[in-house]
Each structure stands twice: as C-alpha cells, then as structure tokens.
Design a protein around this ligand. Structure first.
Ligand code: PEP
Length: 267
C-alpha cells in the first residue's frame, strides 16, 4: 500500500523531542555511572524522544562506557574553541568526540555570568563543535532585569544571531537552541507557557531569517529553567517547544524519567 501524503505527514514528526540533562558540577565518576544506569534501564525504548546526558568532564568516560549500546546519548557541558594548545584546564571538541560525546552545551548562562563568556567566544565554540561533528546546544536567555526592562526579544535576537553566525545551512539542522530565562534557572520560578512559547516562536522566526523556513522547522528549540514533572506536560505541548534542558530535576532518576515520559506522551 502506498502512503498518502497525509499518512506520511502524521507518521513522521518534524522534530523529535529532546530531553537533555545538565548535571553541572555534580556527581563523581562512580555516582554518575549509578545514576545513568538507572536512567538508561528505565528509559522508554520506543525512541520517540532523544535523551542526552551531560555529566561533568571527569565522568564522561565512565558514563560513555555505561551507555555502550544504549540509545541514550552523551553530551558535554562546555569546550574550548581551539583544537589543541596552551589552554590550561580546557578541553577540545576532538577530546569530547574521542569520548563518544555527540552534543555539547555552549553559552550556558552560568558560563556567561561567572566566566564572562561573550557571544563572539561562544560563536567560535559553536563553529568548532560543528567542525568536529559535535551538535551544539546553544543556550540563550534574558536576565530578570532585562525582562523587566522590556528588552527580552532584543537580547535573544543578539544571542541567537551572534551565536550562530557563520553556521552553514547544510549543517544548521543539527544545531539545538535552548531558551533558558536566567531568572528561571535553579530558582523554582518557571516561565509561563505563554512566555516560553512567545520566545520560542520568536527564535523560530530568527532561525527562519538565518536559514530559511524548511531548515528552521527542523531545528529543535528546548526550554530550560526549573522544568519539573509538574510543569513539563504543558510546556512540552507548545508548538515551538521541542524538549527541555534540565538542571536540578536531571540529578535524580525518577524526576528525569518523568520528564522523558512527559515528552514521549506529547502527540
Ligand atoms: C540549566 O541549568 O540548564 C537549568 C535549566 O537548570 P534548572 O532545571 O535547575 O533550572
């Protein structure tokens, strides 16, 4: 039987939901293995959600081994843009690839805030990640002060456009953008679904201007900022919210699994 165009459209979703756990500076290598094994064992096997775990650098190798043969993917939390050299304490894209990482979080607000990372520096990292076949998860988001001053969309536009400058169209679909309002990260304050969807739709528009409609429709835009099992179903049901970047709730198997299941349940 040949599929009608309608069947094709309904059976192949445009964007697979993505749930990524950012463990930040938590978990020793041994603790990381215990947690990832629990997550992997209970993750749904039907694969309609992509799951990525981003442990600290020191746990990448042990987690990679624990995930051998699993559909759960590995990501890093940061990297340096240079391929090698005198950058004490830093890690290159090639080093991450050698440990089987396939994603890397770049431009997280904690990197911007505590380590003074600029859009230009983050852009160098994005380009270097692509060069090594790592998929960047580019984080953008406004501070509370910026939201109250009414400049949220301007801030987001600058961060998205500068962060993705020079990214070629043919690889852009591998990019992931995470909208993370800084005032919602680790604070328990979550953006309302309307606030989040407004910014996600705006980001989709920016991606359309940069890469064209067809490509922009394929790029995943994640929400991050106190996403929890209680608020996830409503957030994840929004048209332009394609998953979550999860901090606190990814440090415990049960809550992280509930978020994966919430993403899997979205039709
Ligand atoms: C994050 O740091 O990316 C994050 C979203 O943290 P939390 O879920 O704890 O707000």
């Amino acid at each position: 039987m040949t599929a009608t165009p309608f069947q094709t459209m309904t059976s192949i979703p445009m964007r697979k939901k993505l749930i990524a756990g950012n463990w930040k500076m938590n978990k020793t290598s041994a603790d990381a293995v215990l947690l990832v094994k629990d997550i992997d064992a209970a993750s749904p096997k039907d694969q309609n959600v992509e799951v990525v775990i981003c442990p600290p650098f020191t746990a990448l190798e042990s987690v990679a081994r624990a995930l051998e043969g699993s559909a759960v993917k590995l990501g890093a939390q940061n990297m340096h843009p240079e391929p090698s050299g005198a950058y004490t304490g830093e890690i290159s894209a090639a080093m991450l690839r050698a440990l089987f990482a396939s994603y890397v979080i770049l431009g997280h607000s904690e990197r911007r805030m505590y380590f003074k990372e600029t859009d230009a520096f983050i852009n160098q990292k994005v380009l270097a990640a692509f060069k090594s076949q790592l998929k960047p998860i580019l984080c953008v988001g406004e501070t509370l002060q910026e939201r109250e001053a009414g400049v949220t969309l301007k801030v987001i536009q600058t961060q998205v456009e500068r962060g993705l400058q020079g990214v070629a169209r043919d690889i852009a679909t591998s990019a992931v953008v995470a909208y993370e309002p800084v005032w919602a990260i680790g604070t328990g304050k979550v953006a309302t679904t309307a606030q989040a969807q407004e910014v996600h739709a705006f980001i989709r528009g920016l991606l359309t201007n940069l890469f064209g409609e067809a490509i922009a429709q394929k790029i995943r835009i994640l929400y991050g900022g106190s996403m929890k099992p209680a608020n996830a179903p409503e957030l994840l049901a929004q048209t332009d919210i394609d998953g979550g970047l999860i901090g606190g709730a990814s440090l415990e198997a049960r809550s992280f699994l509930e978020l994966i299941n919430a993403a899997a349940a979205v039709k």
